[in-house]
Design a protein around this ligand. Structure first.
Ligand SMILES: Cc1ncc(COP(=O)(O)O)c(C=O)c1O
Length: 407
């Protein structure tokens, strides 16, 4: 870490200093390798991992099928000026599986995808304003300052971005009453997963209101499925909740840790997509596309979604029971495949941080203020072990409690 700090800001760049903000020994800093649902830190400790590369891992680290597909493409060359055929195959696959998708445009990161979607909506409507949900995370580009402010972005970057409250149809109606003729799009995640904070599923009212108000005012609805994509419904999380967006953004789990993102859309906005100026040197990189195709085919073949759902339920139920046993007022929110744990009264997440440290000490990696991820590579034995770790970790949260040393 000392060497890293000398050459990299904070020693670990990105994700709001996680895990660089931990003191040495509290939480592993660097990874040696991963396999399935497990990672090994550079000191040789093995962990059951619920960070899952912040959602990018869904079918296991070093998945042989996915990685072999990427290797086979890379052996023929990865990035060319003319795209490789696998991009067309992947786009066809996505259009056949994602509900409502009629075309697909690739890029590299979730931030690329959400920004691209905003540009397409602006081109389609010839309007500038964007409505998003207060506290929602859509990446770190300038426009995101309107919903999730951060240092280094100018206020002007988000001057046309307006935040409304999640699940508040009246607030949405209000902003459209005020400036409906200037609003290009409403950008939402399929469910609200702020960092930090409790997750919240969409109410039926809100789902209805988004489509109704955007249609009435000629605006576009963008669903940012970057984080939740493929963990709720293989047709896209909008299908799970009954949302009917015009544009949907994916990244993270799309290619099982290989860097890839895409925006898919309906025919209505195809010409607008063709009209925008956007580009990325590595957007045609073919190895991640081969990985994505193998990854998406692997999921249903192995009943991955059902595995994640049943293991996630087991994890959440077990944690709730342990919370009651230890009188820790913990709350599990959000879908069970990407649960968020919070503790009542833990305003600065100090208790959650102690919990995460105690869990790492035992051998399970969880995040103190971000939702966790369950993958199709986790096994019932992993969940049982993790619940054993949580039993010890929750006991340590009681006054005077201390985490047991790593066995
Ligand atoms: C919902 C959502 N949108 C967009 C992004 C940005 O993705 P990336 O970090 O790949 O730019 C994230 C990243 O966590 C996300 O969770």
């Amino acid at each position: 870490m000392e060497r890293a700090r000398a050459v990299i800001p904070h020693g670990i760049w990105g994700h709001n200093r996680f895990p660089a903000s931990y003191t040495p020994g509290e939480y592993p800093y660097f990874t040696e390798r991963g396999e399935g649902a497990h990672v090994w830190d550079v000191d040789g400790n093995r962990y059951i991992d619920y960070l899952c590369a912040f959602g990018a891992m869904i079918n296991g680290y070093a998945n042989p099928v996915v990685d072999e597909a990427a290797r086979a493409q890379a052996a023929r060359g990865d990035c060319f000026a003319q795209p490789a055929a696998v991009g067309v195959e992947l786009a066809e696959y996505l259009c056949s599986k994602i509900l409502g998708a009629e075309w697909c445009a690739f890029s590299k990161s979730g931030s690329d995808a959400t920004w691209t979607a905003v540009m397409i909506a602006r081109a389609f409507t010839r309007r500038s304003d964007v409505v998003c949900v207060r506290g929602a995370f859509h990446g770190s580009h300038g426009w995101c300052n309107g919903c999730n402010p951060g240092e280094g972005r100018a206020r002007e970057d988000a001057h046309a971005v307006h935040a409304v409250e999640w699940n508040d149809a009246n607030d949405l109606e209000r902003i459209f009453q005020e400036r409906g003729d200037r609003i290009a799009c409403v950008v939402t995640t399929p469910f609200h997963h702020p960092i930090p904070g409790r997750a919240a599923l969409p109410s039926a009212d809100f789902v209805r209101a988004i489509r109704e108000v955007t249609d009435r005012h000629g605006a576009i609805h963008v669903v940012d499925d970057v984080r939740a994509g493929f963990r709720l419904d293989l047709r896209g999380s909008h299908a799970y909740f009954g949302l009917e967006p015009d544009l949907i953004c994916f990244s993270k789990a799309l290619a099982n840790t290989h860097p890839l993102a895409c925006v898919v859309g309906t025919d209505k906005v195809r010409r607008a997509a063709e009209s925008i100026f956007t580009s990325g040197t590595f957007w045609k990189s073919a190895a991640p596309m081969a990985a994505a195709l193998a990854n998406l085919e692997f999921l249903p073949e192995n009943d991955g979604l059902r595995t994640m759902m049943s293991l996630g339920q087991r994890l959440v139920d077990g944690l709730v029971r342990l919370g009651q046993r230890h009188s820790v007022p913990l709350e599990m929110t959000g879908p069970v495949t990407m649960p968020t744990m919070t503790i009542a009264g833990d305003v600065d997440q100090a208790q959650m941080r102690r919990f995460a440290v105690a869990m790492a000490e035992q051998g399970s990696l969880v995040h103190p203020s971000h939702n966790w991820f369950v993958s199709a590579a986790h096994r019932p034995a992993d969940i049982e072990q993790t619940l054993g770790h949580a039993d010890v970790a929750l006991a340590s949260l009681a006054p005077g409690g201390a985490a047991r040393a790593r066995p």
